[in-house]
Design a protein around this ligand. Structure first.
Ligand code: PLP
Length: 359
């Protein structure tokens, strides 16, 4: 198989650019830029036909295998303007994770280097779409799905990979607002041997009902417990979670049913570089309750690309309510400021996490 390069990407650029939405009117994931990257795979030709085309609908057969059996994975990352230049945060990690997800649900792997090259090319073309106001960013959504028209249950023999871009507004309208989290003890998100570690469509489908229940009760997210005993804390559903208990940070270990967040990994590395202790281990909900009762539960925060860091103000499992805080704690704020500072080029990037879009 020939290795694809940037010169293989066919360009078919729009002659009719769209009007851009002002930064203060941006929400999340509703506006898309002028272009998208599309590439096909089939069993004979492997990955082929990479192109950048105007963003728009795809013609899809009702028998599209993935609509029936869910062979679909995605990624979420962001481009920012840092010191006047478009940059990405640890993008290699996203393509590595996409390949891990692909492997788990029998989709073909990408050439990670070429995927990043394609993303950079797309961003160079649509760079005017990267919003510049504080807290805004260009959300990047790589997507891979089985594209075969066939109802048989088998790994798709045709696959599509797409990268779309969506200018997004600030996650927090006014500073770091603490979230209220509902501990989900009826449904589970992932089980041992399943695909909790993969960023698949199916994980999200399975979480929506719990999420809707939490929101109906006035909570912004579910906190998922392990799928076997519903005893150990896993994650927030689209975000990983950290607890500061008695001076130490604790986050659930990557056990196969938790999504290995890149923000999670960055938080761990950052905290350790600052001399803090971070434990990755099993954390029972009862341990958190005990810490709370003993006045040792100091801070709780969520981590994920969308918000970077989100403080947790309240945890409720339907019976016991932990009122943790009404404002972002010291370390929650510090981690948020350090990470966003690195992303925006305001804090020195000693980890080498930031990549320029243009050489
Ligand atoms: C994407 C995702 C996260 C956060 O991962 P980041 O790489 O930090 O954005 C956490 N949990 C789930 C279920 C996710 O899909």
């Amino acid at each position: 198989m020939n290795k694809l390069t940037v010169n293989d990407i066919e360009l078919n650029l729009t002659t009719n650019p769209k009007e851009k939405t002002p930064d203060d009117k941006l929400g999340f994931g509703q506006i898309f830029t002028d272009h998208m990257f599309v590439m096909d795979w089939d069993t004979k030709r492997s990955w082929h036909n990479p192109k950048i085309v105007p963003y728009g609908p795809l013609a899809i057969s009702p028998a599209l295998n993935t609509l029936h059996y869910g062979q679909s994975i995605f990624e979420g990352m962001k481009a920012y303007i840092a010191n006047g230049e478009p940059v990405l945060f640890r993008p290699e990690e996203n393509f590595k994770r996409l390949n891990n997800s692909a492997d788990r649900i029998a989709l073909p792997k990408l050439d990670e280097e070429f995927a990043l090259t394609a993303l950079k090319k797309l961003l160079q073309i649509d760079k005017e779409w990267i919003p510049k106001s504080e807290g805004t960013s260009l959300y990047i959504r790589p997507l891979m799905f089985g594209a075969e028209e066939a109802l048989g249950v088998h790994p798709n023999n045709k696959v599509k990979f797409i990268i779309m871009l969506s200018p997004s507004g600030s996650y927090f309208k006014s500073g770091l607002q603490p979230n209220k989290i509902f501990v989900e003890n009826e449904y589970v998100r992932a089980v041992r041997g399943g695909f909790g570690f993969a960023k698949t469509a199916g994980n999200y489908a399975g979480s929506l009902k719990g999420q809707a229940k939490a929101q109906k009760l006035g909570y912004s997210q579910s906190l998922w417990l392990d799928g076997v005993e519903q005893k150990y804390i896993e994650e927030g559903g689209a975000m990983n979670i950290f607890f500061k208990i008695d001076g130490k940070f604790i986050t659930p270990e990557l056990n196969g049913s938790i999504l290995p967040g890149i923000t999670r990994d960055s938080v761990i590395k950052l905290l350790r570089s600052l001399g803090e202790t971070v434990e990755e281990r099993k954390l029972a909900l009862t341990e958190v309750y005990e810490a709370y009762d003993n006045g040792k539960l100091e801070e709780v925060f969520l981590s994920g690309t969308a918000a970077v860091i989100a403080p947790v103000g309240e945890l409720f499992d339907g019976t016991k309510k932990l009122e943790i805080t009404t404002e972002a704690g010291e370390w929650t704020t510090k981690v948020y400021e350090q990470l966003t500072g690195i992303q925006l080029g305001k804090v020195e990037d000693t980890f080498g996490w930031v990549t320029k879009v243009e050489e």
